[in-house]
Structure formats: structure tokens, C-alpha cells
Design a protein around this ligand. Sequence first.
Ligand code: RIB
Ligand code: CA
Length: 321
Amino acid sequence: MTTHDLKASPVPMILDGDPGHDDAIAWVLAEASRRTDKICDIRAITTVGGNVSLDKTTYNALRICTLLGIKDIPIAKGAEHPLTADLMNAPSVHGESGLDGPALPEPEVTLEDKSAVQLMTEVLKGSEEPVTIVSTGPLTNTAALLLSHPELKEKIGQISLMGGGIGFGNWTPAAEFNILVDPEAADFVFRSGIPIIMSGLDVTERALMYPEDFEEIKKIGNPVSDIVWQWLEFFYKFHCELGYAGAPMHDPCAVMVLLHPEIFTIKDYYVEIETGGEYCRGATIGDVRNVKNMKPNARCVLDLDREQFAKYLIDAVKVYS
Ligand code: RIB
Ligand code: CA
């Protein structure tokens, strides 16, 4: 299955997302690792507008951290809207709150009195080793960080992002939602030279959790599993109507690939972001045949061992027992 030299090792990281059911499950996975194998060394959590407004994604982030018992990680609010584009949301997918479904605890954690870029800057400056940004929403915060602090680029070891698709889109035929919300930010990040692991729709639409997996999680019976199976069921209901056989675990792929790279198929491609175009704005154009003979700028995750993925995800939820 593997076609790369990625090896799981401790990763100082910043979780940057727009929760969102699948962002939330990605964070469940990362925190479970922080408590066990310590590969995910979470240093900060930052929010961005995307699935729903920034206020809602931030409120959701505080509720998720409360549910997971994450009380010692700084959380900061990020970009309300894309660098230049108008904000577009996806309440049809995640509901008006951005995390519809089971009732969640009110926040018992508070935001830092600083912006996401300020917090990200502090984390990078304070870290002896390079930091990974795990981006599961639009790339606005990461682009803003690079634009305002180019001197810190070397402190970003890699960006593991959910976004794009070499073969297709999901919000338009050409573009995946995270990239389409802020193509200018994505273009800047993909041109930055920072190593990118791109979990695009090619793999995330194969990273399906089926109803029988939800049932297995439901049987775990801890406070987190009681919520996660309902998130999965909610997410599945929307996707089932679109013909999906299960709930696509888009954002968890961006974490799972750092924990278990061996279950993924990854190819290095030169990827460009379309920022113009009438039909293709937001597309991630992967040079699969290397016709441009450019040095690859992204490790594109294309396939996975789904059964193993599901097992690791279920095992992660058991950590909260
Ligand atoms: O296209 C899938 C992505 O868009 C995921 O990150 C999901 O949370 C939404 O933000
Ligand atoms: Ca997301």
C-alpha cells in the first residue's frame, strides 16, 4: 500500500479548522494520540470561517475541546473571511450550527486574547523543532501567517491538509470546498515551498465509515463515543442522499496520515491552484504525467486501507473510556 518514506514520529502540531463534524472527529483522533502514543503533540488550536461563520466554528471548537477534556491547549480565533474572496459557507452539510446533531456541553474553556496568527506565531517561535500545521478548513490562517511572518516559514515543518482533489471537486465539478473558499490562500501555501501532505477527495471519499462502524462506536459507551457515533450518523445522512455508501472522513485523513502513513497510497505531484477561470476556480491541478517537469510540491494521498482506517478511528474513540 505504501509508496513513500513517511514514518510516524512525534509531531508538534497546530490544529487549524472550521468545525464541522469531520474536523471534530479529526480532533478526537489527534487528542487520543496525544494521550497515548504522543505522536500528536498539539501545541495550539485555531479556527477559521468555512463550514459556517467564524463565530460558530469557534464556538464549536470550544465545545469540542470541552467534550474531549482539552483544557491545557491555547485556542484562538482566526480569519473571519478569505484573503480576498467573499466567504461561502456549507450549512447544508453540517447544519446551521456547523455541528448539528447531538447536544454538546457548553464551553468550559476560553479563547486566548489574541488572533490565530498571533498564537501560531508564538507557537512557532517557542518551538525548538519545526511545527506541523494540520489544516482541515480553508487555508486562510496559514496564508495570513506566512504573509505576516515570512521569517517563520522555516519553523513550519510541513502542512498536512485536507483539501483539493486531483481528479475532481465536491463543491463544483472542479473544486473541493476548503480550497474553493480561499483559492488565493491555497495558491500562496502551495507555492510556499513548505512540504505539503494533501489529503484530497481522492482518498477522503474512500475513507468511509459505514453504519456498522457507527454501531461499533456506539457500543463503546464513553462520553465521547456517545457523541461521535451521532456525528457520524448526522454526516452520513447528508452524504447518503448524495449516494455515498458511508460517511466520508475528509478531515480525519489529515491526522491519520501522520499517525499511520503505512495504510495510505501517496504520490508526489506538482500541484497548482486555479485562482481564475469560469468553471475551474479552486481546482487543485496535479501534474500526474509530470508534463511540466516541475519539482513536486505536494505528497498527494490517493488511496487507503479503509478497514484499517476504521479500526484505528474506533480504537481512538475507545481512549476516552
Ligand atoms: O470538502 C470537505 C471539507 O469541507 C472538510 O474539511 C469539511 O469539514 C468541509 O470543511
Ligand atoms: Ca473542515
